[in-house]
Write a protein that binds this ligand. Structure first.
Ligand SMILES: NC(=O)c1ccc[n+]([C@@H]2O[C@H](COP(=O)([O-])OP(=O)(O)OC[C@H]3O[C@@H](n4cnc5c(N)ncnc54)[C@H](OP(=O)(O)O)[C@@H]3O)[C@@H](O)[C@H]2O)c1
Length: 326
């Protein structure tokens, strides 16, 4: 296993691993609900040099934050050796709820401050003004409860508007859906991040497992699985995705790497600002994730994957009732 590779968080000087770890998996949605299992995942990540962890208030409504904080503490990770991001859901983005919910997060995480606080998604159902939550989030920076700010799933216009309201706090992270079959972030958000020295946390970087080779057109996630309703796994789309997975496998075998590792390596090569935050349910998955960095695909292989992936058009307007409804 090569040594972990590191990069810098935004313009902060903070050292973060070139691949991070998402912890939505510690929730009912993904089913890692036993603390010991979560602890094994986090411990393995630390052993392998991963120091950049992403969680959110809504992941298991506190379970993920609690498990992450406890596991880091029990593993003996010093506070300044890890960088943690957590996120406030759009419906908490009024001043009172921002302050209240961060107080709760800090308790669940067992921390005095969180490194990065992101708005998880815009307050599209509640009409909270952008200025209100920008100022409330900045207040937490002024008080030392949060070091840096970020936005997740925000369109560029709102990112610019949010940034314009900050006086002292820095916007250091944009968290975006970004993987080899969903590349919309390349249009506006990644160029904006590159221009402003912002780190891009790529979420669902292995398309929720679709790029691992574990799922095939004959073995798609079952009904109870959170992914069963995801358009990527809809047979209409997955048949296209599967062609790419076969190529990831073929290319990976040249490097002694798995499809998941090739898919993540492709992302870090796409932009020096992109830091994938894949989720893992087991320590073995963490080993694969750590092995996705510390090496590079050849330009030729990167380009070939680029070309194939550009040909894939995920159709989001899919229906599970395929017969005509009269
Ligand atoms: N900001 C947002 O709106 C947002 C949205 C989604 C996620 N996120 C963040 O991004 C993180 C990652 O995204 P994600 O969980 O949606 O998707 P992902 O990282 O693309 O996929 C994670 C899933 O892939 C499978 N997997 C992982 N490593 C594997 C390996 N080595 N071999 C085979 N399968 C493997 C696991 O599921 P199985 O083993 O069950 O197949 C795992 O749960 C989350 O944990 C969360 O922190 C943020």
């Amino acid at each position: 296993m090569p040594d972990m590779e590191y990069t810098t968080l935004g313009k902060t000087g903070l050292k973060i691993s070139r691949v991070g770890l998402g912890t939505w998996q510690f929730s009912h949605d993904w089913g890692v609900l036993e603390y010991e299992k979560a602890k094994n995942v986090i411990s393995r990540a630390l052993e392998l040099g991963i120091n950049f962890f992403d969680t959110a208030m809504v992941y298991g409504m506190g379970i993920s934050e609690r498990f992450l904080g406890k596991a880091l503490k029990e593993a003996g990770a010093s506070r300044d050796s890890v960088v943690i991001s957590t996120k406030i859901p759009g419906q908490f983005l009024n001043r009172d709820d921002v302050l209240r919910s961060v107080e709760k997060s800090l308790k669940l995480l067992g921390l005095d401050y969180v490194d990065i606080l992101l708005a998880h998604w815009p307050p599209c159902w509640h009409n909270f003004p952008t200025r209100e939550y920008a100022k409330a989030m900045e207040q937490l920076v002024k008080m030392g409860k949060v070091s840096y700010l970020g936005l997740s799933d925000f369109p560029l216009e709102l990112v610019e508007s949010f940034a314009s309201y900050l006086s002292v706090a820095e916007l250091v992270v944009l968290q975006v859906r970004y993987n080899l079959v969903e590349r919309w972030a390349e249009e506006e958000l990644i160029p904006y991040a590159e221009k402003h020295g912002i780190t891009v946390q790529a979420w669902s970087p292995i398309a929720k497992g679709a790029l691992t080779g574990k799922y095939t057109p004959d073995n798609l996630p079952k009904f109870e699985d959170i992914r069963a309703q995801d358009p990527i796994f809809h047979p209409k789309n997955f048949t296209q995705v599967w062609e790419l997975v076969k190529k990831l496998n073929e290319i990976g075998s040249k490097y002694g790497k798995k499809p998941v590792q090739v898919a993540l390596n492709w992302l870090i090569m796409a932009s020096p600002r992109v830091v994938p935050i894949p989720g893992a349910k087991t320590p073995d998955q963490v080993v694969d994730i750590a092995g996705s960095v510390g090496w590079r695909l050849s330009f030729e292989d990167w380009r070939l994957l680029d070309e194939i992936s550009r040909g894939i058009r995920i159709q989001y307007s899919v229906y599970y009732v395929e017969k005509e409804v009269s």
